[in-house]
Design a binder for this molecule. Structure first.
Ligand code: PLP
Length: 427
């Protein structure tokens, strides 16, 4: 670091805030396209996109112009108690792409708030505080969202406003039932659901919440079709299905615009955030009017959907659709996936993912034991080679790749080469 920013960070921010690269932490001072520059003047290709949030990239003219147009009005903020054109236009666009008939959209500042709101909607609509969640999931940082986050390391609260029952995650089912295809795994997951409903829950359940691909959990996809299979069972007792699309929405998975679409299902509620603001604080919930209108009290947010973030959201969604970034995610994602899958190295247990959401899981050679130390070495080697990637997974043994959906073919090959070199060095 060029100054003592790391020491100042450590002195003033809480100890529990994670920071990448330890004593070699970097400050990102500028960015353009898919590249960023650190405080020491070093350029990196960014394969993590600010944790899948800089979805279009850095310094994008269309988004800058939209934000500057809003700034030029002098109104960054006005209360949502007044009409906000940008908010209404964004909600209309999101409703159109949601797949939910009669959709209502509520805008928030983050994914955590989006999930908190969805829980509020579901528990009110169903008059129940019972929620089904998936083990190893991640849904946010507030009391309620931590209560439905299925791993101790990401959920420090044991005080829960909800009664939560847990379903097995796809990777646990896969581990237990090696060799089974997605159809069989979906069946096993439904047996699990029926068993939990019959033996663990105490009566009426409000909702089941699931990430179509677990993000913080290490990019683990739910078996195709499982959300649809769950919904058939849930419908028998009117239980709602909430899809947490905070990481998987807007075409990131390449094959579909929303992750849930791999499951032949339309959820009752969809939550989103991250990429839709391309860095501006923006998230929200989409749901059928009957569910969204179930909250009796007036409920609104000071900042959610304010003119500036909504202006950014409008520009982002227009960009995603007009440039067909879903198709780009599929095409360049395949280059990275295929390149990594061609690696036949003992430390690589699995290369998985869809579109531009790709995970590489590391184990000790010849075993299934997670190897977080090797993962850190790969992570550091990538940085040394000029590539930023993410780390995650239950045991910290997954490299996560989630660049901007505008990634070019040349950049995909460049990043792949650095990654392959890093893994090969560590193996
Ligand atoms: N849901 C998922 C699937 C996430 O990955 C995250 C954040 O990583 C959240 C919710 C919480 O979003 P935020 O950090 O914007 O509050």
């Amino acid at each position: 670091m060029t100054d003592d920013l790391l020491a100042r960070h450590r002195a003033v921010l809480p100890d529990w805030m994670p920071i990448y690269y330890g004593d070699d932490a970097i400050e990102i001072v500028s960015g353009s396209g898919r590249r960023v520059v650190d405080g020491a003047g070093r350029t990196y290709l960014d394969f993590f996109g600010g944790v899948l949030t800089n979805m279009i990239g850095y310094d994008i003219a269309e988004i800058n112009e939209a934000v500057q147009r809003q700034l030029a009005t002098g109104v960054v903020h006005t209360s949502t108690l007044y009409l906000i054109r940008q908010q209404v236009e964004l909600a209309e666009k999101i409703a159109r792409v949601s797949g939910i008939p009669d959709a209502r959209v509520f805008l928030t500042n983050s994914g955590t708030e989006a999930n908190e709101t969805a829980l509020l909607m579901a528990t009110n609509a169903r008059r129940s505080n019972q929620i089904l969640a998936i083990k190893n999931s991640y849904h946010g940082r507030t009391f309620a969202t931590m209560a439905i986050t299925g791993h101790r390391s990401w959920s420090s609260s044991s005080l829960s406003p909800l009664s939560v029952s847990w379903l097995s995650s796809a990777d646990r089912l896969r581990g237990r039932m090696a060799g089974l295809g997605d159809g069989d795994l979906a069946e096993a997951a439904v047996d699990d659901l029926r068993e939990v409903l019959a033996t663990v829950t105490a009566g009426d359940v409000a909702a089941l919440i699931a990430e179509p691909i677990q993000g913080v959990g290490g990019f683990v996809a739910a078996p195709d079709g499982v959300l649809g299979a769950y919904q058939k069972v849930l419908n028998e007792s009117g239980i709602l299905l909430i899809a947490d699309e905070v990481q998987t929405g807007w075409g990131r998975t390449g094959s579909h615009f929303w992750g849930y679409q791999a499951h032949g299902v339309t959820p009752d509620l969809i939550t989103f955030a991250k990429g839709i603001g391309n860095g501006f604080a923006l998230g929200g919930v989409i749901g059928r009017a009957s569910v969204m209108n179930a909250v009796p009290a007036i409920s609104f947010s000071t900042f959610g959907g304010n003119p500036l973030s909504a202006a950014a959201g409008n520009a982002v969604l227009d960009y995603v659709l007009s440039h067909d970034l879903q198709a780009n995610a599929a095409a360049v994602g395949t280059i990275v996936l295929d390149g990594l899958r061609a690696l036949d190295l003992p430390i690589v247990a699995e290369v998985r993912g869809r579109g531009l959401m790709i995970g590489v899981e590391f184990v000790r050679p010849g075993t299934r034991e997670p190897d977080p130390a090797a993962t850190v070495r790969v992570f550091d080697e990538c940085k040394a080679g000029g590539l930023l990637v993410g780390k995650g997974g239950l045991y910290g043994n997954v490299i996560r790749i989630g660049p901007a959906l505008t990634l070019t073919e040349a950049e995909a090959r460049e990043g792949l080469a650095i990654l392959v070199d890093a893994i090969t060095r560590v193996d």
